[in-house]
Write a protein that binds this ligand. Structure first.
Ligand code: UDP
Length: 223
């Protein structure tokens, strides 16, 4: 959170951040542009149990899981203290707006500079960026799904007039209440993915039931 809000970085070129989980690693394995986008980020946060296991395989001990959903509340608190503002870009029409009003209600004093849905055509990207820049946010949350969001940030950071752009995946779906989040006890056990599988079984089957063993296989046998 301190890295993100860092007031001394204001005025310098737009910084970028993303979260990597087993799904992003699996996608990046087949998509070198995504690997480039992740490696190009100023900050890469380790999200989930799979990444912790992988880190152990390579001799690193990660202190904790850093995912967007847990990070957002303390981030909102710090942005209020620093008088910074947030822009929400992404998710289905109406979802970012709903997430913004939920966040404003939970964090009085939070400055939401604006919102925009994530289903715009590529040829309209510059218009969307202009809208974002006019709103003058400090922090831009980009929820377009992987790999689009990481590539979008990498391609457009030079046009963005924000302190930091962060790829956040399905974050607005959770904060708008569109998709309920796993209960705390399940999250503490590192089993949030099981919950997501029950919520969206069709879409998540490939990602978790096939993706997790594939990822672990690579960690154990290919490093
Ligand atoms: N999304 C979007 N534009 C698109 C495709 C997806 O804004 O063209 C949004 C989608 O509505 C969802 C987010 O991107 O809110 C990606 O969610 P996902 O569950 O895939 O993210 P993750 O599981 O990686 O957090």
């Amino acid at each position: 959170v301190e890295l993100i809000v860092n007031p001394s970085a204001i005025g310098s070129p737009t910084r970028t951040a993303c979260f990597v989980n087993t799904h992003s690693f699996n996608l990046a394995q087949k998509n070198s542009s995504l690997t480039g986008g992740i490696n190009d980020s100023d900050y890469v946060f380790a999200d989930g149990t799979g990444v912790r296991i992988a880190a152990q395989c390579f001799g690193f001990r990660l202190l904790d899981n850093v995912n967007g959903t847990d990070l957002l509340p303390p981030l909102c608190e710090r942005t209020i203290e620093h008088g910074q503002s947030i822009y929400l870009l992404g998710a289905a029409p109406g979802v970012a707006k709903l997430a913004a009003s939920e966040l404003s209600a939970s964090f009085p004093g939070l400055k939401i500079a604006g919102t925009h849905h994530g289903f715009f055509e590529q040829r309209n990207t510059h218009q969307v960026i202009e809208k974002i820049n006019q709103a003058k946010p400090d922090i831009l949350l980009v929820a377009l799904g992987s790999p689009v969001q990481e590539l979008w940030i990498q391609a457009n950071k030079k046009f963005l007039d924000v302190n930091i752009a962060i790829a956040v995946g399905g974050l607005f779906d959770f904060y708008s209440g569109r998709i309920p989040r796993a209960p705390l006890w399940l999250r503490r056990m590192g089993l949030e993915w099981v919950w997501r599988l029950t919520q969206e079984p069709k879409r998540m089957f490939r990602r978790y039931v096939i993706g997790n063993p594939v990822f672990l296989f690579r960690c154990f046998f290919k490093h």
